[in-house]
Design a protein around this ligand. Structure first.
Ligand SMILES: Cc1ncc(COP(=O)(O)O)c(CNc2co[nH]c2=O)c1O
Length: 410
């Protein structure tokens, strides 16, 4: 049984009521982006209908209202992830921008020749590629914590993070396997050697309770659009001292204090990192998304999602024509709502297409983890990813849909 009334929750999400070519929509692509509750849609509309203005305290009422909403959204996100306050919260357009801000604003200035940067083998391209650039330009070594079935191998953290490690960037929850990396062990080890750690929380913050202070992460990035927030929203968290060590990434208006013809000084945190007119409507929507998740209870979301995922794993693992990648249903540690699988000899793209023909939205491909796919020895996988509104009946629909794939490729 779910910790909340799933059917009532589903009524909050207009898109879930639609059909796809006459088939009832079964949306299982939440790792890519989540659907939006009416409260988020309304918050954005109310902003445009009622107090749309540019922020940073123009001297007219609408600007003051918009500024309060925009700045207040930073406070809300800070509270949601256990940060000290708004100065630790930078709004970005997505996780990718957050990683780039840290890689180029901090990494480029602190990683020196001969240092090493440590990642895991299951990083998303949005983390791997920026750090590749830092390593190349600063003549540093990239190291990878080896992973097996979505789990960092024993001994890797101890072996790979050493006195020459300056930066560690680790995916908190894998968008391929749904597994969690041992971030506490990684952060402890990195801090022993004075290295800063960026946690990629794109898949963890929307799905599980994350507290940046308890975790002691130096930086953490996530996507607002994966946690019921509008497209084009994301968050970069940084410890105050880490952000003071970080150069701005987006220069221009709003992020300055004093500007001369030949130089400028920067605004206080977090505005130093928010050059230009921000995504005000997105921030208002993200604030409403945090309210929605807090109302439901992120722990309840994680409990529901984990139960639905376990149900799916048990059914898929019983099918000897389905290969499930990552730990199986008997796995006793935390695992969130992502299952990568392949069906007999069907190419993942064909599986996804056939499932889509039945109204079932999954994603097939390399999931922005091409090196990992090569490690796994597969060109791609089909991935079902669950969220707070998915049901056991939708898992049954997925399993029935896979039967159709098997018939076509039998
Ligand atoms: C672990 C992880 N890191 C970073 C990103 C990038 O986030 P963005 O900048 O908001 O796009 C994603 C998005 N992952 C996926 C996007 O589409 N399918 C996915 O699995 C992700 O899953």
């Amino acid at each position: 049984a779910s910790p909340y009334n799933v059917e009532a929750v589903r009524d909050d999400f207009p898109v879930l009521g639609r059909t796809v070519d006459g088939e009832k929509l079964v949306y299982l692509d939440n790792a890519a982006t989540s659907q939006k509750p009416q409260a988020v849609i309304d918050a954005v509309s109310e902003f445009y209908e009622g107090y749309n203005a540019n922020v940073h305290r123009g001297l007219h009422k609408l600007s003051q209202e918009a500024s309060e909403a925009y700045e207040g959204a930073h406070d809300k996100v800070a509270e949601f992830i256990g940060a000290d306050g708004r100065e630790n919260i930078i709004f970005t357009s997505n996780t990718t921008e957050g990683v780039n801000t840290v890689a180029f604003g901090w990494g480029m200035h602190h990683v020196e020749e001969g240092d090493n940067i440590v990642l895991t083998q299951m990083e998303h391209h949005s983390s791997l590629v920026p750090w590749q650039q830092v390593a190349k330009r600063n003549d540093a070594e990239l190291r990878f914590l080896e992973v097996e079935e979505g789990l960092v191998k024993d001994g890797e953290v101890e072996e790979k993070i050493d006195e020459d490690t300056t930066a560690v960037s680790v995916i908190h929850m894998s968008n391929v396997f749904g597994t969690f990396a041992p971030v506490d062990e990684i952060i402890d080890r990195a801090h022993e050697h004075g290295a800063r750690v960026l946690v990629d929380g794109a898949q963890s913050v929307p799905h599980a309770s994350v507290n940046v202070n308890e975790m002691d992460a130096d930086f953490l990035v996530t996507s607002g659009h994966k946690m019921c927030g509008p497209t084009g929203t994301g968050v970069l968290y940084g410890k105050t001292d880490a952000l003071h060590e970080t150069e701005p990434y987006r220069y221009g208006g709003e992020m300055i204090k004093i500007v001369e013809y030949d130089d400028a000084t920067w605004a206080d945190l977090p505005w130093k990192f928010e050059g230009g007119t921000p995504n005000i409507a997105g921030a208002v929507g993200l604030s409403a998304a945090v309210d929605y998740l807090e109302e439901l209870g992120v722990e309840n979301v994680h409990e529901h999602e984990s139960a639905v995922t376990r149900y799916a794993l048990e059914l898929l693992e019983d099918d000897d024509e389905v290969t499930v990648y990552g730990p199986h249903a008997d796995y006793d540690k935390e695992r969130a709502g992502v299952i990568s699988f392949n069906v007999s000899d069907a190419h993942p793209h064909d599986s996804s297409q056939l499932l889509s023909d039945q109204g079932i939205a999954t994603r097939s491909g390399h999931h922005c983890a091409q090196p990992l796919m090569r490690e796994m020895g597969v060109p791609a996988t089909t991935r079902a990813s669950f969220y707070l509104y998915n049901t056991y009946e939708e898992v049954d629909a997925l399993v029935e849909g896979i039967e159709t794939v098997k018939e076509v490729f039998a």
